[in-house]
Design a protein around this ligand. Structure first.
Ligand SMILES: Cc1cc2nc3c(=O)[nH]c(=O)nc-3n(C[C@H](O)[C@H](O)[C@H](O)COP(=O)(O)OP(=O)(O)OC[C@H]3O[C@@H](n4cnc5c(N)ncnc54)[C@H](O)[C@@H]3O)c2cc1C
Length: 460
């Protein structure tokens, strides 16, 4: 006699939802995914994938514009065909969403394309249907936060989700907000040829990030011609005849052709029946979860941006998978946020993993620190990269690698070596004994580890 299959309902088809659905199907469950806007979610259709595609083009522009220095004679300044660029980006995003749709279909996962909501224990309603399930995963994501007095109009006052509907490159872009999203778009549009003003309410850009990295990138921004307004809080954005005016709280006004608002995200939890289902929200509307993604309601899990845990696609996907492993009886460890590798895709990129300099400075972690400028790396010299560094943190007692920050072109790829070291509890010595290609940027990671070995034997 065969046992009945577990049934799983997933609300939301972004990385939190679809990755969970794939794991549940792999474990033999009968899975239904309810999604309103397209599989892949905001991650694939409007946020992560489109922005990273735009940034690829902007990196190509950076390279083209310094071709002269590399000994290449070009016919003049490279310019962007905005319509073609945005077309490429939206095509790419749709193609990736189609790939995910095909993948779910191949695993016999049922998809309902509709808005859904929780409707009592073990029940989700969507598109006039009731889906009952042994366990439910909520992964409804988040939306751009809107500032009162700065409502987007989709033409001149924009959220990042509206950029790809433009037909031309913003001539004079005012970016409000200097967190990760603001810094990435400001960096990209500057390289694409827009004049860019970055309005930052704090002392420096990227206030939550490694201070050395943030200072370096702000210096790069200013050197490349960006106007960075520090300690400047936007109060309102007004549309003028053919431009925008951003009014700051101190009364100053900043004008531009377009304004991009990057002032955070709000969770999509307001209309999905959390109250009725007994799913507790925090003061900001995020779903409260434990480290195996359980909510306060039995049988209801949550993953991704709607939980506000760490708004990254990789974290959303891991939270979703953990939920499924947990509910389907697999051995599972709790989510380990201390091991998450993340990148800010400015030019150069900033990649981080493990403990932070801030935690070390606050005395929360004891660590040795070593920072090696990228400019001394032979490969960097050949490529003409002057801005960047590799920074490693190791335990003073054992020499075990605790964390790292890499600022470099493709730091997102280089950080893997540090991630592996942290995950496998490698020491600086073990990392230093690892072969790196000569010449390579990753050679700076092993060189930094070598220098930390000197520290270990000679003392700080
Ligand atoms: C500009 C930008 C760039 C980013 N770049 C990166 C990056 O480089 N790397 C990275 O790791 N992360 C990046 N992120 C973060 C990443 O996009 C999110 O962390 C990720 O999308 C979260 O996935 P999710 O599944 O929680 O939600 P989402 O991707 O938002 O998906 C949620 C899905 O739920 C659906 N939904 C919502 N409500 C309902 C409902 N009631 N019924 C049915 N369906 C519903 C939506 O239609 C959507 O498809 C970026 C974010 C932004 C804003």
């Amino acid at each position: 006699m065969s046992l009945p299959r577990h049934t799983i309902a997933v609300l939301g088809g972004g990385p939190g939802g679809y990755e969970a659905a794939l794991v549940a199907a792999q474990l033999g469950a009968d899975v239904t995914v309810v999604d309103s806007d397209g599989l892949g979610g905001a991650c694939v259709l409007t946020d992560c994938v489109p922005s990273k595609s735009l940034i690829e083009t902007s990196n190509a522009m950076t390279l083209l514009n310094r071709a002269d220095g590399l000994g290449i004679a070009t016919g003049g300044l490279a310019t962007v065909n905005a319509a073609r660029l945005y077309h490429r980006i939206t095509d790419l995003a749709r193609a990736q969403s189609r790939d995910i749709t095909a993948r779910l279909a191949a695993e016999n996962i049922r998809v309902i394309r509709a808005e859904g909501r929780l409707a009592g224990p073990g029940t989700v309603t969507a598109g006039g249907e009731q889906v009952t399930a042994d366990a439910i995963l909520v992964a409804t994501g988040a939306m751009p936060r809107v500032l009162p007095g700065a409502e987007p109009d989709g033409e001149r006052i924009l959220t990042w989700r509206q950029l790809y509907d433009l037909t031309e490159l913003p001539r004079d872009l005012v970016v409000v907000g200097s967190g990760v999203t603001g810094a990435e778009f400001a960096s990209a549009y500057l390289a694409l040829g827009s004049r860019v003003t970055l309005v930052s309410s704090r002392d420096r850009v990227l206030p939550q990030e490694d201070e050395d990295a943030a200072n370096l990138i702000e210096d790069v921004f200013r050197r490349r011609g960006m106007t960075v307004l520090s300690r400047s809080r936007a109060q309102a954005v007004r549309r003028d005849r053919d431009g925008v005016t951003v009014t700051l709280t101190d009364g100053r006004a900043v004008t531009g052709s377009h304004c991009l608002l990057t002032v955070g995200m709000v969770p999509r939890t307001g209309t999905i029946g959390c109250d009725e289902a007994g799913v507790k929200l925090d003061a900001h509307g995020f779903i409260e979860v434990d480290r195996v993604s359980r909510t306060s309601a039995p049988g209801v899990y949550a993953a991704g941006d709607c939980t506000g845990v760490l708004m990254l696609a990789s974290v959303a996907a891991m939270q979703g998978r953990i939920a499924m492993w947990h509910t389907l009886g697999e051995a599972v460890g709790p989510l380990r946020l201390g091991h998450v590798a993340a990148t800010i895709f400015t030019n150069p990129e900033i990649a981080t993993v493990g403990v932070s300099q801030r935690a070390i400075a606050a005395g929360e972690v004891a660590a040795r620190t070593l920072k090696l400028p990228l400019a001394t790396n032979p490969r960097a010299k050949m490529a003409g990269y002057t801005d960047g560094f590799v920074k490693l943190f190791t335990s003073p007692g054992t020499g075990v690698v605790l964390g790292g920050v890499i600022v470099a072109p493709r730091a997102s790829e280089l950080i893997l070596a540090v991630s592996v070291a942290i995950e496998q509890r490698l020491t600086a010595e073990q990392l230093a004994h690892t072969f790196a290609v000569y010449p390579s940027l990753s050679g700076s990671v092993t060189e930094a580890a070598r220098k930390l070995m000197e520290f270990t034997t000679d003392g700080p």
